[in-house]
Design a protein around this ligand. Structure first.
Ligand code: FRU
Length: 499
């Protein structure tokens, strides 16, 4: 089946792990249960791709065993053979993962290495390599710090319950010394997990800033699992955010909105970025679910798998409202245009239907802009049988909402919900949606606001647009169909035939 989002053939999946671009392939390892549909027996599954669109699934890479589950972590290419796992001529890939003890409440960091480009892995005989005698020390991300003559490995991980990112350094990946700790700060309504730290050039300048990503659960902006980010400086030792934020919990709505969130939906968690790409190709993939209900998510009998990933997203740093924010651009399959509308009025009582015929589609991209005129807002509705998804823009609240309550039948408790994302008022509101039968990714304000939600089975929906409190104008709309099978399809030509 063609899908917009990577999902394993079978069994359980959560966080992306060990993302690395190596010798022309993108490797996506992931938390998986090799023998079941539940969050147990955690191991690293493996898929790879040459284009971030078509994924080939491989055998389990790093399996659980009698003494440990293999929790989240990262991979580096040990180019200088600092660890001695490879040779100077043929360096090893080294995975740094969390050993979750099966015998006691204990988490420590361990290594595995691969000398065949990531296909098979050997656990290091002297694991763990970093142990704080903690039950909540996990999710190591290793990066290479290089500054003039100085270069060494930096590991960041979380002390989850303390809401802290802890940083260590090493010359050989085997022995580590503590550098600094960051947090608690910003969102602290849940445990901190899956940190990432990377430099990004500020768009249009020669300046660089460091971005620290921290997932937390619960305590996210949309409820349950969520991801905040901090922009600042890193000097090889310590991360210092440009703006300081007080410790903030979900009860404090204003405080939560003042923080920077990677995504305002409920289903974008544990996102991390690829090693091995140039900084201006910094690319993130996140798990598309939420610990609020992931474990009880319904499973389709014809496809006994739980969990999928978001679209890969290329990251950049851009100015917005006098500060810097992250911008995300999805990397998606080729599309073929199926409908184009221009300059159409949509009233309150007479919604404008949008012709998007493509039953059986693997996914759609729908890009449009609505001019508000004197209306208070607009609503976009997708409907299939008794199921619906409604997006609504409220100009006064400067907010876009995503209401999936009408597409939540048969889903776990708490799934039926409305998510909200700030979107600044403007004469025209442009939005880009990626929609497949069970999820939506919404990109607003040029990708600086993103909302990702799973939805209940919404196959072949109809779409309509209506004004709220007045008549609005659909300035333009382009609906396109995802054609994964045929990447050489000529999207533009197909689009013109429709008109
Ligand atoms: C995040 C997480 C990580 C942990 C992994 C276990 O979703 O809880 O902190 O390493 O999942 O599967």
């Amino acid at each position: 089946m063609n899908r917009l989002h990577f999902a394993p053939r079978s069994n359980w999946m959560n966080d992306p792990n060990g993302l690395i671009f190596h010798r022309g392939r993108y490797h996506l390892y992931f938390q998986c249960n090799p023998i079941g549909i539940d969050h147990r027996n955690l191991s690293w599954g493996h898929a790879s791709s040459t284009d971030l669109v078509h994924w080939e699934e491989h055998p389990v890479a790093i399996p659980f065993d009698g003494s440990e589950e293999v929790f989240s972590g990262s991979i580096v290419l040990d180019a200088g053979n600092t660890s001695g796992f490879g040779t100077d001529a043929d360096p090893a890939l080294v995975a740094i993962y969390t050993s979750e003890s099966t015998e006691r409440a204990h988490e420590a960091q361990s290594l595995a290495f691969s000398t065949d480009d990531g296909m098979t892995w050997t656990k290091y005989a002297r694991n763990p390599v970093l142990d704080r005698d903690s039950a909540h020390f996990r999710d190591p991300k290793v990066i290479r710090w290089e500054n003039g003559a100085e270069s060494y490995w930096v590991l960041l991980a979380v002390e989850a319950e303390d809401r802290q990112v802890v940083l260590y350094r090493s010359d050989d990946l085997l022995t580590w010394t503590h550098l600094s700790s960051f947090g608690p700060e910003g969102a602290v309504g849940g445990v901190w997990e899956c940190p990432d730290l990377f430099p990004l050039q500020v768009a249009g300048t020669q300046q660089t800033r460091w971005v620290l990503i921290v997932s937390l659960n619960p305590g996210g902006i949309a409820g349950g699992s969520g991801t905040q980010y901090f922009i600042g400086e890193f000097d090889g030792r310590e991360f210092t955010p440009e703006e300081r934020h007080p410790e903030t919990v979900p009860d404090d709505e204003g405080g939560m909105l003042a923080l920077d969130w990677l995504d305002y939906g409920r289903d974008c968690y544990a996102g991390v970025t690829f090693a091995g790409l140039p900084d201006d190709h910094r690319t993130l993939i996140a798990w598309m679910s939420n610990w609020d209900y992931a474990r009880t998510f319904p499973v389709a009998p014809e496809r006994p798998s739980r969990g999928r990933m978001t679209l890969p997203r290329r990251l950049s740093l851009v100015p917005a409202g006098g500060r810097l924010v992250l911008r995300q651009e999805p990397i998606a399959p080729a599309v073929v245009g199926i409908a184009r509308l221009e300059d159409i009025e949509a009233g309150e009582t007479l919604p404008t239907p949008v012709p998007i015929p493509a039953p059986g589609s693997a996914g759609r991209r729908i890009e449009f802009a609505v001019a508000l005129g004197d209306a208070r807002g607009f609503a976009v509705r997708f409907e299939a049988g008794d199921r619906s998804l409604e997006l609504a823009y409220d100009a006064e609240a400067q907010q876009l909402s995503c209401d999936r309550r009408g597409a939540s039948q048969g889903f776990p408790e708490g799934f039926a919900s409305v998510q909200r994302m700030p979107v600044a008022a403007a004469p025209e509101i442009p939005l880009a949606l990626w929609l497949d039968e069970d999820s939506v990714e919404i990109y607003a304000e040029d990708g600086t606001r993103v909302l990702t939600d799973l939805i209940g089975d919404l196959r072949a929906p109809s779409m309509s647009v209506r004004g709220v409190g007045g008549t609005v104008r659909l300035v333009h709309l382009t609906a396109s169909d995802v054609t994964r099978a045929d990447a050489s399809a000529a999207p533009v030509a197909a689009l013109h035939q429709m008109n």
